[in-house]
Design a binder for this molecule. Structure first.
Ligand code: GCU
Length: 328
């Protein structure tokens, strides 16, 4: 009797192990897409992408998987864009700012004070002009999948910035972007391009005096530990963008293309909600951590960047400016 029980138990264990193996095999994905980006895992844009990856997995029944590599693990935003072009990396999430160097129409987002507010921003992104810019990199190996909310960018520093006059003589960190350089120069500061992952140390060691970003990035990067003044001048609204390598996209079956695009579109709605919450909460949190939030008169900031607008009159970007302004 005892032997029969032992044999029965052994058979049960073997059966369970076999079932487990079969299940694991069934879940081995046919396609694995690597996605790299620069942000911390607590950032609302990262969380939006995690949601997207979950949707891809669910919708494909485990046949397609998106693996996310945050915090510049696979390189800076510029390096990731280059890897996408070559097809070494499948997907990247980058700010639209470093995309300018590859896709000229992306410069549109670097025009300071282009958008009236968040509603105008989203209407414009969903308008034909917004879609044209999203897909403008396709022939260069950079197929836009969606925009994510990245709010408005404002200055932060160890010293209070109340007007553009305070930027005079300040070294201001900018992204890898000619538009950001032009903007800071127009405002009277000295721009220095530094990758996001190196910025904490650069601020801490005084390599730069100031930087600019949205509240969730200011908070999740912990730059608030070093910079105790945050000036809500909200000079630019640069969306984040999810980009897939055109080569990789073309190799996906139409079914997988559809699953991926659907998952991406659903994640945009989810990410926008996360963003709205994070923006409010993170400002309050940094304030509690001793950051002084300054609400300046924005007019002097607007006036200081007129030359950036003027430069694009009669160009492709000038045209896009008009089309975006017309979006109601
Ligand atoms: C934002 C953006 C990032 C970018 C960063 C930067 O946080 O979401 O993609 O890396 O700005 O200033 O470099």
């Amino acid at each position: 009797m005892k032997n029969t029980v032992i044999l029965f138990c052994a058979l049960c264990i073997a059966a369970a192990m076999f079932a487990g193996c079969k299940k694991n095999n069934a879940l081995r994905p046919e396609v694995v897409l690597k996605l790299a980006h620069a942000l911390d895992i607590t950032h609302p844009v990262h969380k939006g992408m995690v949601y997207m990856a979950e949707k891809v997995w669910e919708k494909s029944g485990g046949r397609m998987k998106v693996e996310i590599y945050p915090s510049e693990q696979l390189g800076t935003e510029k390096e990731c864009i280059e890897a996408i072009q070559l097809g070494y990396l499948a997907i990247t999430k980058t700010s639209t700012a470093p995309m300018e160097g590859f896709v000229s129409k992306m410069k549109i987002f670097g025009i300071p004070y282009l958008f009236r507010d968040s509603e105008h921003f989203w209407k414009a992104l969903k308008s034909p002009a917004g879609k044209e810019v999203l897909w403008a990199g396709q022939s260069k190996g950079l197929r836009g999948l969606c925009y994510y909310d990245a709010g408005a960018r404002s200055f932060y520093s160890k010293k209070a910035i109340n007007s553009p006059a305070d930027l005079k003589g300040m070294k201001v960190r900018v992204q890898n972007s000619i538009m950001s350089i032009k903007m800071i120069q127009a405002m009277g500061g000295s721009p220095t391009s530094i990758p996001f992952g190196e910025l904490y140390t650069a601020l801490d060691q005084g390599v730069v005096d100031a930087a600019e970003n949205n509240p969730p990035s200011f908070y999740t990067s912990r730059h608030y530990e070093v910079c105790k003044y945050y000036t809500m001048d909200e000079h630019t609204m640069l969306p984040d963008i999810l980009v897939i390598s055109t080569r990789v996209w073309n190799k996906l079956t139409p079914e997988f293309q559809q699953i991926l695009q659907e998952a991406v579109d659903e994640s945009v709605e989810y990410q926008r909600k996360l963003w709205a919450e994070a923006e409010q909460n993170d400002l309050k949190t940094v304030e509690k951590q001793g950051v002084k939030i300054i609400y300046p008169d924005k007019q002097p900031f607007r006036d200081s960047v007129k030359s950036v607008w003027d430069e694009f009159e009669g160009t492709e970007i000038g045209d896009l400016i008009k089309r975006i302004q017309e979006v109601q």
